[in-house]
Structure formats: structure tokens, C-alpha cells
Design a binder for this molecule. Sequence first.
Ligand code: SF4
Length: 549
Amino acid sequence: MKLLWLDLNSSYAHSSLALPALHAQIATDTSIEWEVVSATIGENVGMIVNNIYRHRPDIIAATTWLFNHEQLLHIVSRAKALLPHCTIVLGGPEFLGNNEAFLRKNPFVNGVFRGEGEEVFPSWLKVWNRPDSWSHITGLCYLESSERYCDNGIARVMNFDHLISPEESRFFNWSKPFVQLETTRGCFNTCAFCVSGGEKPIRTIDMTTIRRRLTEIHRQGIKNVRVLDRTFNYDNKRAKELLALFLEFSPDICFHLEIHPALLSAELKEELAKLPQGLLHLEAGIQSLREEVLVQSRRMGKLSKALEGLQFLCSLPQMETHADLIAGLPLYHLSEIFEDVHTLAGYGAGEIQLESLKLLPGTEMRRRAEELGIQYSPLPPYEVLQTREITVEELQTARYLSRLLDGFYNVPTWRSVTQQLMLAHSAFLSDLLHYVIQLGLIDQPLSMEKRGLILYEFCQKAYPEAQPLVSIAWIEAGMSLKKLPAERVKTKRQVPFEEWQVIYGEYHETLRLCFLPIHEGKGYWFGFESEAQKLQPVFKATNLHKDSI
Ligand code: SF4
């Protein structure tokens, strides 16, 4: 029997664990001939279908996500037309809800799996060509020949720690910048908008196995591991053990973790504070800084503790902490979103991700959408269109705000200046947003240089006292001293100033100096290596008073 796995990703930078996770469980079964067609959603559908057709598979299987759903159906419907005897089965988070309407609408799909596939998919492969035996396959949903809908519930892997690890499959992709390591399955929390909110019980892998897997990941030369642990610190004792284990791989591997800031014990905080630079990269789930919004979303964890924990994480200089907010949550107003973004900027969050809520199949919030007053797209990506608290236009503003944050706050070049201006002027963010929308650029991809020009010109008009800050960021990013944001820079015949205060670097005679005047002959000097290709200054000094730096 020939099984073709259609590996359809949003880009080649992403790779799904589903194929190696399933294949690893049955890699030794010689009765199955595995073929893979990998593609991205941007590729030509006809070419992908031709590629599938060449293999003449008996089964086509694929994982369906929000982002590949539509393209996947275009592909498999054509493949089925060319290969009418081929059995098509799909799985993935898109099928966590009721699947009857989907199966009736897409009759070229023979069945869909709800839940976790590692145990049930191999069982199904034993009976794939005997649909009368499919009723024993937990999680499988399908239409019988009589058109009756059969729903076999949800599949959960109970022996999670006994699964063969995806890295043992020949389909595990070692060529990506990241590998994903699932150390826990399920989540303790009950967030009504999340597919993991109902994923119970929590199952874990023991430390010995994690160490063995990390040793192999390290041997393969991987530098970044995304730990797929829904909430890394739900169990503080285990979190401490994991941190000690991660340290064994320092400084070679950076671990990316999701952390719940409300659940940080004093002991764990102490451990985190001791960790070396670059070992951790944290995603702190926060969603909203409003108690009533979190309660309505059934997210557990006290807000005051979450804020205190987040402030602590953001203050740690040796790791970057990203925080996320979700526009479109019930009871969440646009004005509150702006305020919360300011609060996060005040904490010094490394990035502020502002997502728009999507009502995913199988989530409690989708089931309760009407009662909660949420209107959402019935088609993927199921985005919220309006709630009782946020209008269609306001949600559009929130999406624009998200783009603005990505373009300015969430990039190291412009973060510090954006943050300083946001904190100094409460209207800065909304004014800049309005300006970029007016320019018709909010939806456009913008180079770093273009963003600097926008920021400078905006400050010229609205916040002239902030112009020097943009000039400094521009110079320190190594951008051209001949362009507008460097208009006040003096490059000719600059000599060292006797009483300057050095901010960084060491002055020596071969440095090429330039001077940015701020007021009354005072300002900043920047030193550039004359010979080196490096465009950023290596030296900075000032004669401004300490309080005005
Ligand atoms: S949002 Fe995070 S904490 Fe909440 S249920 Fe989902 S994975 Fe768990």
C-alpha cells in the first residue's frame, strides 16, 4: 500500500511535526510505502496535484491548519478527481469541532481524525480499505456508504511517554533553523479561545528521555529549540528541573518557552535570574490586562500576579520576553488595548504581539459565540468580525496597530526609540498610527530605512523635540549619514572633546568621528571604524548633562 503524505506549510521556514510524529510509530512496518510531497501554500496548485498524481498513491493524508485549509482542499479535491480510488484522510486542529458539515460539503474526503493521531492512525492503516471496520477507530469521523455521519469522539494518546520520538523518523526535518520538542501534551489552563483549553489530562515526558533527545538535537548542531510545552511553568518543580537540564546545553542552544507569568514561584524567579545570557527566549501569555476579560475567557491565574510576574521577566536583562494581547476577546475595548500596549511597553516587553481573536473549531468560545455576542467569519481563519465591545472599524484599527507594533516596536532597530516616545507622550502611538494610515503605508512592506524616514518625518511634524532620538537610532543602526534623519550630523573635521563622557566603545585616532548637535554646542559623538565594513558606530560619547542623555 502506498501512502502519500501531503506536507503543506505556510512557508519553507515552517515544518509540521505531524508527519515524523506519526511515521516514527510505524516506521518498521514494511507493508507501507511512504511518499511525501512537500509544498507551500503559495505554490501553484496544478503543479502540486501533478506531483501527487505521479506517485499514484492508495492513501493521501495531510494535516489541516487554519492557514493551509483552503489550499489543501483545492489540492486534494483535484487529486481525488484524478485518482478516484484513492482514500483521502485529514487530521489536525481544524477537525476538533463538529465535522459533519465539512464531510458532507467535501465528499472527496473519506474521513477526518479528531485529536491526537499517533496511536489511532496506525490502527486505521490496518483497516484503511475496510470502512465497515472504521467504527472502532477512536477520533475518526466519516460518512458511511448510507451517508450516515459517524463520529468516533476524540483520540488522546494515553502513553505519551512511550511514543517513539519524531526525531527518530527519517522524515524529521533537521534543516530548519528551529526544531520543536514536545515535552508535555495538554494544558492545565482552561482558556476558552484555545484548542488546548480542553486538552486534558496533562501528560509529560521524563527528564532522562528529554536529555537523550536534546543530546541528539545538540549533536545535529541545532541552535534553537522551541519547547512545545503549553505552559512551561505550570509545575514549578518540573520547570526548575528543565531549566537545570537546558543549562547543560548552554551556550549552544537557545530554548524558546511559553511561560505563565502568574505562576512564577519565588524559587523559580531566583533560578531564572541566575540563568546565562541567551539561554531562554520567553513568550509570556497575558492576552489582556483586564481582569473581567480574562475571567470571561476562563483563563486561570490572578491578573495582579501575572502583571508582577511579567514585570519581573521583562526586567531580566539576559533573556528576551515577548508578551501577547488578543483583540476581539469579549469585554475587551479598543481604548483598553491601547492602554495595555502602553503598559507592556512600560514593562519593557521585548516584543508586543497583538493578535486578532480567531474562533477555532472545538473551542468553548466558538460554541458560546452567540451568547458572548461575538460575530466571526464562518470560513478560515474564523476571525472575529465584531463583538459587543469592539466594532468592525475598531478591529481594523487593532489590526493596523498590530502592524505598526511589528514594524516599529518589535524590531530592535526602532524598539527603543518607539518605546521612549510612547512612554513620554501618551498620544504618540495613536498619532503615529493615524499618520502611517494617512500615508497609505500601513499595509505595505517597509524597509528598515523607510520606517526610520517615516518616524523622522512624523516627529518633524508632530513631536519636533523627539527628532534627535530618531537621528540617534538611525545613526546607531548604521544607516546613511547622507539621508534626512542624519541631516544635522556634522561629519567634517570632528575632533575628540576633552570632557566628553564615553557611553560605549573606546576612542582611538583611527576612528572617523561625527557629531550630532542637540543644543548649544552639546550633543553626541559617534566613532566609526574607517577601514572596517561595519556601518554601525563602535564608539559613542556625549557632553550633555547626565540628566538629559
Ligand atoms: S492559551 Fe495557553 S494557557 Fe491557555 S489553554 Fe491555551 S495553551 Fe493553555
